[in-house]
Design a binder for this molecule. Structure first.
Ligand SMILES: [Zn+2]
Length: 78
């Protein structure tokens, strides 16, 4: 049995209990976030909404501001 790593982008949680044949593994924390996201509404197609969510980084919206995201993406060169 391998490590059941969360398939959400940049989430390195392991031992996920939830699995979808289409989307892969998701950890409990991301699952709660996904439910919260979907509860906000604004999506029409469930699969697309989940797919988009899996492409967002863990806690992007809650923890990081735009500045952190940009400076994390464009790192200073050595
Ligand atoms: Zn996760």
């Amino acid at each position: 049995m391998g490590v059941l790593a969360c398939d959400r982008k940049s989430c390195d949680n392991i031992m996920c209990d939830h699995y979808s044949p289409r989307f892969g593994y998701i950890c409990y924390s991301c699952l709660q976030e996904l439910i919260a996201e979907l509860n906000k509404g604004g999506w029409s197609d469930f699969d697309s909404a989940v797919e988009e969510f899996m492409g967002t980084r863990h806690y992007d919206r809650e923890v990081y501001g735009v500045e952190e995201l940009v400076s994390e993406t464009f790192k200073l060169r050595d």
